[in-house]
Design a protein around this ligand. Structure first.
Ligand SMILES: Nc1ncnc2c1ncn2[C@@H]1O[C@H](COP(=O)(O)OP(=O)(O)OP(=O)(O)O)[C@@H](O)[C@H]1O
Length: 253
């Protein structure tokens, strides 16, 4: 059984006063195995955020279903959604979403505080994470004292501390310069190598070249996918770039 199954998902938005309908996802179908690092790419308006929102249980499909470890996300009662997100999913955003009034340590603890976990568990979990993400020296600082790359590494630690089944990342390098992007992508690659399943939406071929598979969305459908399968970053980057160029040249067909 696949770890994540996106089964013929369609999503329609009704515009204001239901005057028109937008078909954001027309028929999205793919599966994710445990331990994969998937990138979702596609032009602006192709449906990437819509798909991510459905996977994040922030929105529901109009048709089709999304299964996480066999569980249909649409069947989770409204009142249990926040707890489900907190316990099963990790989130990394473009703009970090850290709280400036909290220390780095407290930002990372936050999901466990909300889950009413014991302090001893928080302390136990933060140690290896802080080491892995090279933020041990930053734990007592505040987010406003950190570089963008450091902030994103803290955000990754916050996403991982609940030991989520899958981490969903929305343009995680979108606000970073190339050096900081590299740092963050290396961390993603490392945590994936240790078994963490990751799904990242990105516009960047460089970022996508770190993943194990890239899905290209066009007009609300997965129209192509590429497997890294042992290729170097550079080789995979070239394949992704070529696909993006072809995608642009067939625009409007
Ligand atoms: N709440 C909404 N109401 C109506 N239409 C929407 C809504 N959200 C998205 N859409 C439309 O659905 C389509 C897909 O949008 P979506 O935001 O998923 O694309 P995207 O690939 O994430 O774009 P970007 O890369 O610019 O973030 C677009 O045509 C968009 O205008």
């Amino acid at each position: 059984m696949s770890f994540v199954k996106v089964n013929h998902v369609k999503k329609q938005y009704q515009t204001k006063f239901s005057a028109t309908t937008v078909q954001a996802l027309k028929d999205v179908h793919f599966e994710v195995e445990k331990g994969e690092f998937i990138s979702i790419m596609g032009e602006s308006g192709s449906g990437k955020s819509t798909l991510l929102n459905i996977l994040a249980t922030l929105d529901v499909a109009t048709e089709g279903e999304v299964l996480l470890d066999g569980k249909d996300l649409a069947n989770i009662p409204e009142g249990k959604l926040a707890a489900f997100r907190r316990d099963h999913l990790g989130f990394v955003f473009q703009d970090f979403n850290l709280l400036d009034t909290f220390t780095v340590r407290d930002n990372i603890y936050l999901p466990l505080v909300l889950a009413k976990q014991k302090l001893s568990i928080m302390e136990e979990r933060i140690k290896p994470l802080a080491k892995q993400l090279a933020i041990e020296e930053l734990l007592e600082k505040h987010p406003f004292e950190l570089s963008g790359g450091q902030k994103q590494r803290v955000a990754i630690a916050r996403a991982l501390i609940t030991q989520p089944e899958i981490v969903l990342a929305d343009e995680p390098t979108g606000a970073l310069d190339s050096k900081n992007s590299e740092e963050v992508l290396e961390m993603f690659e490392r945590i994936n190598a240790e078994g963490q399943t990751l799904l990242m939406v990105t516009h960047s071929a460089l970022a996508a070249s770190r993943s194990s598979r890239v899905l290209f969305i066009k007009d609300g459908r997965v129209f192509h996918q590429l497997y890294r399968a042992g290729k170097s970053h550079e080789e995979f980057f070239n394949m992704i770039s070529n696909t993006m160029t072809n995608l642009l040249s067939t625009r409007g067909e």
